[in-house]
Design a protein around this ligand. Structure first.
Ligand code: CTP
Ligand code: CA
Length: 225
């Protein structure tokens, strides 16, 4: 039986959502980043705000319009995203990590522009903090923690591993091998994984999908098996 959800089912709830790419500087004129547009995270922020939540959106550079009523914190690096998330998550009821956070950053940021010399250039990179995994370690039982998984192969298997390793309540798995949807697109196709179940949602606009994702995670499917 499908329960009818009230439109304002996030009233008095604090929701923290991350979105977009991060940028890791190499030198004053260059950076490492990825193709994340921010669309999915902004759509989730819009949907959560519409449903009555107090929404804090922590985003890397994105061209998407900030939804009305959503408070935006702009960041660039994975480290800045970590600081912003840690500052907000303690009194959050729901945290959704939709950002494509850089896994590595240059070990050293050159203060002067790197000059070309020789045929090849080797960059030394170091790991960034896995923000979602840190949140998973410190999660209160009243909090819902949702991550994404961008996979180009073995989608469900890899997403399942992320679910348990990062101690998230849900992982939204995203097949990025499908060029027509996902990164940059207005549409997406995702599967929602919890310890108890996997559900594949049909391809849809990211705005519609945002509501479907919220419907699913708020309906407590997790506890119903
Ligand atoms: N994530 C994070 N901090 C990082 C890297 C990723 O919080 N430094 C979050 C993402 O926001 C996403 C989830 O972890 O919600 C999974 O990100 P993804 O890149 O798919 O997985 P990784 O754990 O980084 O593993 P890999 O890139 O090797 O597949
Ligand atoms: Ca990654």
């Amino acid at each position: 039986v499908k329960r009818k959800l009230s439109k304002k089912d996030l009233k008095n709830k604090k929701v923290v959502i991350t979105a977009g790419p991060t940028r890791e500087s190499l030198d004053p004129v260059r950076f490492l980043s990825n193709y994340s547009s921010g669309k999915m995270g902004y759509a989730l922020a819009k949907a959560a705000s519409y449903r009555g939540a107090e929404v804090k959106l922590i985003s890397g550079p994105s061209a998407v319009e900030v939804p009305l009523g959503v408070e935006l914190a702009q960041i660039e690096t994975a480290e800045e995203m970590k600081e912003a998330v840690f500052a907000e998550y303690k009194n959050a009821d729901l945290v959704i990590m939709a950002a494509a956070v850089s896994d590595y950053r240059p070990q050293e940021i050159m203060t002067e522009k790197i000059k070309k010399s020789g045929e090849n250039l080797v960059l030394k990179l170091e790991r960034t903090t896995d923000i979602l995994a840190e949140l998973g370690k410190n999660k209160k039982s009243s909090q819902l923690l949702v991550g994404f998984a961008a996979e180009s192969e073995n989608l469900l298997e890899n997403a399942q591993k992320k679910l348990s390793k990062k101690q998230a309540d849900y992982i939204i798995a995203n097949d990025i091998s499908n060029q027509s949807i996902g990164f940059g697109s207005d549409k997406n196709q995702v599967s929602i994984l919890s310890e108890e179940s996997i559900v594949k949602l049909p391809t849809a606009d990211k705005e519609k999908l945002a509501h479907q994702i919220l419907n699913y995670i708020l309906s407590g499917q997790k506890n119903q098996g």
